[in-house]
Design a protein around this ligand. Sequence first.
Ligand code: BG6
Length: 488
Amino acid sequence: RRAPDCTFVIFGGGGDLTKRLLLPAIYNLACANLLNETFSIVAVDWADMTTEGLRSQFRDAIDEFVARRGTAAAVLNETVWDWMMERISYLRGSFEEADTYKALGDKIGTTNAVFYLAVASRFFGTIVDQLGESGLTTEDGQFRRVIIEKPFGSDLASAKTLNARLLRTLTESQIYRIDHYLGKETVQNILALRFSNGIFEPLWNRENIDHVQITAAETVGVERRGGFYEGTGALRDMVPNHIMQLLAMTAMEAPTSFQADAVRDEKSKVLSAIHPMRPEDIVRAQYVPGNVGGEPVNGYRQEMNVAATSQTETFVAMKLRIDNWRWAGVPFYLRTGKRLTCRKTEIAIHFKHAPYALFRDTPVEKLTPNILVLHIQPTEGVTLQFSAKVPGPAVRLGGVRMKFDYSDWYTEGPTTGYETLIYDCLIGDATLFQRADNIEAGWRVVQPALDAWAKAEDPLCFYEAGTAGPRDADELLSRSGRRWLRLV
Ligand code: BG6
């Protein structure tokens, strides 16, 4: 069904996020005929630009996006683009001045509106305050919603302060805190896999699962974001948000329904059951020069806007425990980093060994472990690894893999992941957005590590760019006889 009528206001409308992700997502929604006839976009930014100039920049961005699909059918749909173009306007103004909001109010009138904050996080509070002071967040028959990007705070205290500030102006139901991982099909599929099949859930507990590994590996470095990344690091950038969402989807109990609050209640419960991190269960590391994809690349300290003595981590690995009945005694190992050997996001559920080996020549510990891997990206699918008899007269066992690949079953074109999120906000479905307590629970998990690092003098280790990360990360598992799945 089509979304209701809405003025979609993008603060930071001239910025990178808007061009790379938001606009292509809105274009895809328009192609799917999911936007209302009266839908319009107001891009607010401080740069000296006209509506015409902005439209032409957007056109280039969409062209590039469509071309990136790389298929023969990758041509821009001119009818859709013309439809969209007429609906885009530019408003030049400072995010800090009341005049901007007055002009915005004139444009919006009494329509429904979504305010998308695609701006640096220091503006989040200011923009919401200003929207409130100018009466633009008041709902009087129409809806007024605010979408907030990450980073949402830089630690538990600042996330709480920001939540409190937003809630002075907005009700919780008006706030849509984005985590773009929740827009990914394969992330949403975690719940579908667990709760729409009869065979997985009975095994999904401490009786059958030995441990869980969550990996979010990237080959890119910090690119041009050194200035941002220096004060952020891999832990803050990826763990309290994206990785905690993956963990919550994997470990939560079944919600009573798929209503936003039922899902978010269960996420909150599992996140708040995570045992406080112990500093010895965390490894932080930074990349030094190496080779990625056959090309020599800089170390982190040589990147643009990065200090030559930087102590910022670009990799982090950790062991977590969840204190509840389902997961008691099952470690969750998480790792994420930049400039690793391959790009791969996956969740691997390692099951316990068979209790007894019938096969004389293959002792239990040599049996191929049963591992269910949920592949989030770049390949999207699920694999199950198990033991099978190697053909031949001798009884020998080998490891085999059963594989489901999305692309074998579905031919849907690639999306940015933002389509679902924007559409859900337009129809008022907050299931895939984070509630205040979810965000704070994520920060609560990592806060002990942030505190420990703030005190330690040099708790950093190093790994060569293009490798699987530092050796210390392997030791985190080998201490208990376990191993990371290989990054290839
Ligand atoms: C962003 C981080 O939130 O997620 C980036 O700020 C990271 O540093 C990105 O590269 C990863 O997203 P994806 O969708 O490429 O896995």
